[in-house]
Design a protein around this ligand. Sequence first.
Ligand code: TEU
Length: 558
Amino acid sequence: MNHTNWYKDAIIYQIYPRSFCDSNNDGMGDIQGIISKISYLKSLGINCIWLSPVYDSPQEDNGYDISDYYSIYKPFGTMDDLKELINKLHENGIKLIMDLVVNHTSSEHKWFQEALKDPSSKYRNYYYFKEGKGKNFKRPPNNWSGFFGGSTWERVKDTPYYYLHLFAKGQPDLNWENEEVRKEVKNILKYYLDLGVDGFRCDVITLISKKQDFKNRPAKLALTGKDAYVNGPRLHEFLHELYLDVYSNYDCMTVGETVLSTLQEAKDLVIPSREELSMVFNFDHTNVDNFFGVKWIERKFSLKRFKKTYRKWQNGMYECGGWNSLFIENHDQRRSTGRFNTSLEKEYKDISSKMLASTYFLMQGTPFIYQGQELGMTNGDFKTIDDFKDVETHNIDKMRKEVPILTPILNKSLFRESRDNARTPMQWDDTEFGGFSSNAPWIQVNKNKSEINAKKEETEPSSLLNYYKKLIELRKKYDVLKTGKYIDLLPHSNHIFAYSRKENSRDLIVISNFSKKSIKCKLLNKYQNYQLLLSNYEDNNSITLKPYETRILYKEER
Ligand code: TEU
């Protein structure tokens, strides 16, 4: 099968199904809800959807804990609904990539249930069960700690054994060393590709191979043992195997979620000749406002550091023939409106969001938009811990209360960083539940639905929504955005982000003022004979950039 690399022309919209649109008014989004919004997605101009998990699941981690890969979580609909969605999207020229969650299953998956019931069953070896340590096996097999805080081991009641879970207790890790597990994964992939799905977003894919010594590691503030479970020894081998046995037979794409990967590690996943993944999500830019890659430890945003991460990944991928993913939000990140130096002040909210959008959207790679980002949706209005639904938030809250040295840090960051900030219902209109449902949703709707909603923004020519439509048009129209080299024009400026996408005679420039002050930008003198393609202000003739101003300029020598 010849791969067309269609993903290089894709503009991908991420749907978090439980919060997108509720067609049957049970308070939970569903697949029919998505189908009812295809015309919205089409008018936005996106041409691919990444659908967060819709498989059957007890929903301890909102579907990232799968109990049956071959059926759909009932409140979301049925397999027939999914088939209808695939067909209708395709009829409208929109592709669909599914979320592939195979580092772990749900503890309610029948494989895990069999493994628990019968230690001699073949399913025992689908997971990692290890004997505990010390008197009465009171201590876990080692000191590793996981992504949601606490030990990665949970004891199987009344036995000496513990099972490994890098995330919640209800998410036991699969043992990829076992060939049968890999066979199961390939079958899942084939099933969905044969159904017509166009690719996968591969959840925490860099965690699938573990060092097999299972020994203690030096204790860390977070993620003790990560050298044993991130980018493990057989990662590349496993991914290449999936490529050869499955992906090579379909014109599909894969994007790996590569938490904690360095550029070099990421290159080894995406260099085309290695035949592993099409691209990866790196998190260097979203870690600019924290220390040690730990989002709970806040660090003041620095534009210089932000630019540095883009220089590194843009140039690194360009040089090795790899491809980037471009994103500023997803279902695990707090909202970008008000983040990365943008403003929540009424006067500047949309202007600065447009500025941020122009800046990330036109780099080399495939742009992603997370639902609601295009409207400028903001973090939730959570008042008490009971307002939160996310398992991570509650686990970390427990740590906040139990571990005194963490209390002050977490007091400051828990609400701000909760993943629920990105999971509030999509704001379609200004009705009681934001047009998401006519009944109370599973999580509260933001109060600002009356000012920030799709219906309103569709009718306002200068809305953020309409600005995103223009950015999408630019991506489709200007080929240099696909192939042009990325050049950071002002690496040392503390306030201005300016870059060029250049190839031969074509040059596209993005200049953004990341501050609330007007700033003289002499660099603009150089581009006086360039055409202004788009800006967030109407009058921009001078070399002074207004607060949060962005300009997109273009020239083609003939
Ligand atoms: O996320 C992986 C991941 O590393 C994040 O959970 C991250 O550590 C966390 O959000 C930090 O706050 C993926 C999914 O995107 C996430 O929703 C799942 O919870 C997780 O994997 C487990 O499947």
